[in-house]
Design a protein around this ligand. Structure first.
Ligand code: ACO
Length: 454
């Protein structure tokens, strides 16, 4: 179990016979035997039967810690928000399959579901939409901030700074209860992040900022703020709004991924919600996480520039001496086709067909997928397209510029970050998150004065 001492399967089913010093018996309770001493550890079972050994008392009982670089085998919390099964390709928010939400819900309704635990009634949804509308404007003084970022600054850097700055513009209100304060902060974030994202795009282009409109839905409003102009009014296409809703729904939560873990970890120090979300945005920026949707398009463009043949790129991805990886392929948890990628692929095909858009990158992506899925390296490594593989093509069809792709992901992930943060704050088992380590550096040695160093 702990990977330090080799074990062989024992004669009794479910038991492990030890060759050396460590033995772990799992039945109704878990017994860990180290150097002849037995430690009892509770076995925790989730709703879907997934099992975990609760090691929280391990160190106090035995002096041992567990080592799990990258946390691939470590559960950091119990959560009732999102269920995923990476082997079967299942994703559910609050129990509802992602396929049903993508087909029938809107992003605002899904955000409500994630944050509050239940689908809203019509009245609750209306009230929520009204609140989002009421909070959609951004403090006018924040525009000076925006305008002073260098023109070439990456929008993810701008967004994380601006979200952190929201606390300065919207300080705590001592007159209201903590619960009311959280509700206001949550609504502000959901509404203003969308406005700020569009604002940063307009300012980066030197264009006039477009204000949110009360008569438009969340997604339509965003597209309008991005693309409306005094000289070319933006025509809101229903197909674009639908595709954007699905895109955001698919990104709304994904249990303990890198950015959500960052939000929970930073939040565990009891910082304000704006600061915790800002940390999540920074984590999402990385190309191995949210930055992958941009990296996929960049990779497809390079393939196109090189004549469109995918074979050399497949070969490079397999070459261990080459750091190149097939972007949009592989996932820490999914060892089968990412269910979100399946939905996104359909949305992509439908949108491009309906809007009569032809994108050569889609043909390259299809070819790449076809070749990779037949290749033994990708099969043996369980590497399948992830959500980012087709999202970039959808975003391009909507007119979203490449450097805004990860910002689009961030807007979508916001309800997930918020609900995970809320859950962790309300968790009776809450603790400051502070992992341990195994020290492998120098043993004790003496300080050498500078003139004696070589
Ligand atoms: N192309 C080629 N080989 C890959 C790829 C890939 N995209 N992904 C993983 N591998 C290989 C690794 O080289 C490694 O091979 P080895 O065991 O022979 O040495 C093996 O598969 C396992 O890879 P790890 O990096 O250990 O897997 P991990 O679970 O840590 O990484 C990750 C998952 C980061 C997503 C990885 O698959 C990757 O880099 N993919 C490309 C980037 C990407 O698409 N990211 C988006 C993820 S989804 C999201 O964040 C929304």
């Amino acid at each position: 179990m702990f990977g330090m001492i080799p074990c062989e399967k024992g004669p009794i089913p479910g038991e492990y016979q030890c060759i050396e010093r460590i033995r772990l018996e799992m039945s109704r309770k878990t017994r860990l035997i180290v150097d002849g001493k037995t430690y009892e550890l509770p076995l925790v079972t989730g709703t879907e039967g997934e099992k975990a050994i609760d090691i929280s008392s391990l160190r106090s009982q035995s002096g041992l810690i567990t080592l799990d670089v990258g946390f691939a085998n470590t559960g950091s919390c119990k959560s009732s928000i999102t269920y995923m099964d990476g082997e079967k390709g299942i994703l559910r928010y609050r129990g509802i399959p992602i396929e049903q939400l993508a087909e029938r819900s809107t992003f605002v309704e899904t955000a409500y579901l994630l944050i509050n635990g239940e689908l809203p009634t019509r009245k609750q949804l209306n009230n929520f939409s009204v609140l989002l509308n009421d909070h959609s404007l951004v403090h006018e003084d924040m525009r000076q901030f925006f305008e002073n970022f260098p023109r070439g600054a990456h929008p993810m850097g701008i967004l994380s700074s601006m979200v952190n700055a929201l606390r300065a513009f919207y300080p705590e209100i001592p007159e209201i209860s903590e619960e009311e304060e959280i509700n206001v902060t949550v609504t502000r974030l959901l509404s203003k992040v969308r406005t700020m994202a569009a604002m940063s795009y307009k300012i980066s282009r030197g264009h006039k900022v477009v204000y949110p409109r009360h008569d438009l839905t969340y997604a339509a409003n965003f597209l309008n703020m991005m693309f409306d102009s005094p000289v070319r009014p933006y025509r809101i296409e229903e197909e674009y709004v639908d595709a954007l809703n699905v895109f955001w729904i698919l990104h709304a939560d994904h249990e303990q991924n890198c950015s959500t873990a960052a939000v929970r970890l930073v939040g565990s120090a009891r910082v304000n919600l704006y600061a915790a979300i800002s940390a999540g945005i920074c984590a999402l920026w990385g190309p191995l996480h949210g930055g992958a949707n941009q990296a996929v398009i960049e990779m497809l463009m390079v393939i196109e520039e090189n004549g469109g043949d995918v074979t050399p790129f497949i070969e490079r991805a397999k070459d261990k001496k080459d750091p190149f990886r097939l972007m949009g392929f592989g996932h820490r948890v999914y060892k089968t086709y990412d269910p979100r990628a399946k939905i996104m692929k359909k949305v992509c095909d439908r949108l491009l067909k309906k809007m009569k858009i032809s994108d050569p990158l889609l043909d390259i992506a299809r070819k790449l997928e076809e070749v990779a899925l037949k290749d033994s390296y990708f099969k043996d490594h369980d590497l399948y397209p992830n959500v980012d593989f087709y999202t970039g093509i959808v975003l391009r069809a909507l007119g979203i510029p490449l450097n805004m792709f990860t910002v689009m992901f961030a807007i979508g992930r916001l309800p997930g970050w918020i609900s995970q943060w809320k859950e962790s704050m309300d968790d009776p088992a809450w603790r400051l998150q502070r992992p341990r380590q195994i020290y492998v550096g120098n043993g004790k040695r003496d300080y050498v004065p500078i003139d004696k160093r070589r």
